[in-house]
Design a protein around this ligand. Structure first.
Ligand SMILES: [Zn+2]
Length: 741
């Protein structure tokens, strides 16, 4: 549900792989040497434009053995110089602390899918439960491994799911299929989808959101009104896939074609009143779908369509309220759900069951799925467009017996067949295996301390009126910090999967997983909303990152931030951890008070709590910050300035995070400021090539060297620690400093 809990600000957009198109890297790297020469020229401390003494040392090659920089002129480069000279970018094309954490995390993750040590912190999860989770992952890994199981089973596992549809004879039979136990289990979403979420305009009690069907051959209702070349291509590859798979199962091509035609015919009738994808992205869409209904009102509107029975079967029947996104769609279903259309509905389920199963069958089906994905992602070149007579023939229909071949590499099996279907299990086993309850307690205590400092910081902002200040403090106190893993983990003991030896298949496993999920879909119905609730399938904890959720006033500190001790090291001095994970926490809190977060209230609803005078002052301060960033020249040979507006929110958060830490430092005897500031510069050390840095310019986070230099320029403690003053490259006169908080 894209608009609920999806408005998040990430600490760092981490791209491990960068793809380039259109220009030759070697060519650019050649001219880069010359450019860098210019960029590393003499320091010009008398310039009015601050930042002019800095080089963009994020770029590989900007720092060489001969580079000598003073801490007072270019702090980021001076602190990180030696690291930059030895940083290894060969494997990932870039290097940084976040890459280090991600690499360590990947290694830990991979071990979850292999036999071996599974010792867990029993305070997080009893060992027997952790072992059960491990069994689930190993079984899925076995079932997903290409040669051993999937390719031997071919398309055969699909047969019984299609048979269940074929067996439908009447409208009652269709209802039983839709609502009953053995229903369309592979299709998690059917003709009407229910999901338990917060209402759109309050944060009191969970409600059931009812959205229209999501499985459409052409994806976008707009395509059914006026088909584009994308739609035509999608139609072609999907039809080809359905006919190929049905052909392999022994159905005639005429039968397959008939089902496909009927499916489309039904979709044409159903999508008539549905919004197009561009309409769902419109900012008024939330108003359009905010249609509260009671069960009785739904029953009165559903006509022959068994919506209430469907909800009962999905455990969603007892909700006090429903949000019916598209009432007219329900009216359409009510009219179409008749005996005369049973064959059309059957065709719809046949076609979409085949399409849903495609990525779960053998490698030949996987190739069909890849062709579809390529069209969906816009990466496929239309055959008609590429060549004329050199056109490659379509691949032959494969047989079920394939020659000896290498098994799929473990990474591919995991990312293709395990993680997407058991995301919650992966997350739970990861935290039980690699985190400790003690770490969670320590970090939670640390966050409490930071929030307390932050309150002092807000209390000391003399540009804020008293009324707004109190509201800000109230919002701060209401922030929920979700640390490493949810307080309550999901109980997966009811989920069992059959191995290949027990006659299981990947397809059956996914069907069983979905049945399990359906059984639990209604668990939260009518419950008060608890912002501490953390669904790790939506926000995985296995990322070296942290985030703030505007719509619920929540910060998430993810377990990946602990991986490899790259961002937090329990053995390190407190100053170092404050400059890294401490700043990260402060940064996330600050997002509640940045240019995006400031008008959401303490519950995450868009209600302004600012007096107009204070809001004006806030916006002026934020604009000054953006304008300052816009004056910086950050890439050699780049025309136009830096887009200060784009990085405004993240820059506000960076400065807020450091300021909170400095307030904390004030209370600590013998605080080592030098270690704090150099550690902070080390947090943002990074190396990438010129092209990647150009892409980073499009990100809403400031470039790494600016995250150090511009942020630290705002603080008097920094100047004092390193004896920086007018004339030094890092110096910014007090009247020109731009921190919002
Ligand atoms: Zn951020």
């Amino acid at each position: 549900m894209r608009f609920i809990n999806r408005v998040i600000a990430l600490l760092l957009a981490l791209g491990m792989a960068v793809s380039l198109a259109g220009c030759s890297k070697e060519e650019m790297m050649g001219s880069l040497a010359g450019l860098m020469e210019k960029a590393t020229g003499p320091i010009q401390p008398d310039k009015t434009l601050d930042g002019s003494a800095w080089r963009n040392s994020d770029i590989i090659g900007a720092v060489t053995e001969t580079t000598q920089v003073s801490l007072k002129d270019d702090f980021h480069t001076a602190v990180n110089r030696d690291w930059m000279l030895t940083a290894d970018t060969s494997e990932y094309g870039r290097a940084s602390r976040f890459v280090d954490a991600q690499v360590a995390l990947n290694e830990q993750m991979l071990s979850l899918f292999q036999p071996g040590d599974n010792t867990c912190d029993e305070e997080i999860l009893p060992q027997s439960e952790a072992d059960h989770l491990k069994d689930l992952l190993l079984t899925m890994t076995e079932l997903g491994g290409g040669h051993a199981v999937r390719n031997q089973q071919g398309v055969e596992p699909l047969r019984r799911y299609l048979q269940a549809v074929e067996d439908i004879q009447t409208l009652d039979g269709l209802t039983a299929y839709l609502c009953g136990e053995g229903g369309p289990r592979l299709l998690q979403e059917t003709l009407m989808n229910g999901k338990v979420e917060a209402p759109l305009d309050s944060r009191d009690v969970y409600t059931v959101h009812l959205n229209a069907m999501s499985h459409l051959v052409l994806e976008d209702p707009e395509e059914y009104r006026s088909i584009t070349s994308f739609g035509e291509r999608l139609l072609e590859v999907r039809q080809n896939a359905v006919r190929t798979v049905l052909g392999r199962l022994g159905y005639s091509d005429a039968q397959a074609g008939e089902w496909f035609r009927r499916c489309l015919w039904l979709e044409v009738s159903l999508v008539r009143c549905l919004p197009t994808q561009s309409e769902t992205n419109n900012k008024n869409y939330e108003t359009h779908i905010n249609n509260p209904y009671t069960r009785e009102e739904l029953a009165a509107r559903q006509g022959s369509f068994p919506l209430t029975t469907l909800l009962d079967g999905a455990g969603l029947g007892g909700s006090d309220s429903y949000l019916l996104y598209e009432p007219l769609y329900l009216d359409t279903l009510a009219k179409l759900y008749t005996d005369s259309r049973v064959e059309d509905f059957k065709a719809y389920f046949i076609v979409h069951t085949v399409l849903e199963a495609l990525p779960l069958l053998d490698d030949a089906c996987g190739e069909l799925e890849e062709t579809i994905s390529a069209v969906m992602n816009g990466t496929s070149q239309s055959r008609e467009q590429t060549t004329g007579d050199e056109e490659e023939p379509l691949p032959p229909v494969p047989t079920d017996t394939l020659p000896e071949e290498q098994d799929t590499p473990l990474e591919e099996t995991v990312s293709g067949y395990v993680t997407p279907y058991l995301p919650g299990v992966v997350q739970e086993l990861y935290v039980a295996r690699f985190c400790t309850a003690e770490e969670k307690r320590q970090l939670t205590a640390m966050i409490d301390d930071i929030v307390a400092c932050y309150e002092e910081m807000l209390a000391g902002e003399d540009w804020l009126g008293e009324e707004t200040r109190q509201q800000a403090i109230e919002k701060l106190r209401a922030i929920k910090a979700r640390v490493l893993y949810p307080d309550e983990l999901t109980d997966y003991s009811g989920l069992t999967l059959r191995s290949a030896a027990e006659g299981g298949s990947l397809l059956d496993a996914v069907a069983d997983i979905r049945a399990f999920e359906t059984q639990h879909a209604g668990d939260k119905v009518n419950r008060p909303i608890d912002r501490a609730d953390w669904d790790m399938t939506e926000i995985p904890t296995t990322a070296a990152n942290a985030c703030y959720l505007f719509n619920s006033n929540v910060i998430n500190i993810l377990a990946g931030t602990l991986a490899g001790n790259a961002l937090y090291d329990p053995e390190a001095p407190v100053e170092q951890n404050m400059a890294m994970l401490g700043v990260i926490v402060g940064h996330e809190i600050s997002h509640g008070f940045d240019i995006n977060g400031y008008y959401f209230d303490k519950d995450g609803l868009p209600n302004s709590w600012w007096t107009s005078e204070d809001e004006l002052a806030f916006r002026e301060r934020a604009d000054r910050l953006a304008n300052y960033y816009s004056t910086l020249s950050v890439l050699p040979n780049m025309s136009g300035g830096y887009n200060g507006k784009k990085v405004q929110s993240e820059a506000i958060a960076d400065m807020g995070g450091v300021k909170a830490m400095l307030l904390m430092a004030e209370k600590m005897p013998d605080f080592d400021y030098e270690l704090f500031f150099t550690s902070y510069a080390s947090l943002w050390r990074s190396q990438c090539d010129y092209f990647s840095e150009m892409q980073n310019m499009d990100d809403e986070h400031p470039l790494d060297f600016l995250r150090t230099n511009v942020t630290l320029q705002q603080f008097e403690e920094f100047y004092q620690t390193f004896d920086i003053g007018p004339g030094d490259g890092m110096y910014l006169a007090p009247e020109n400093r731009v921190a919002v908080w």
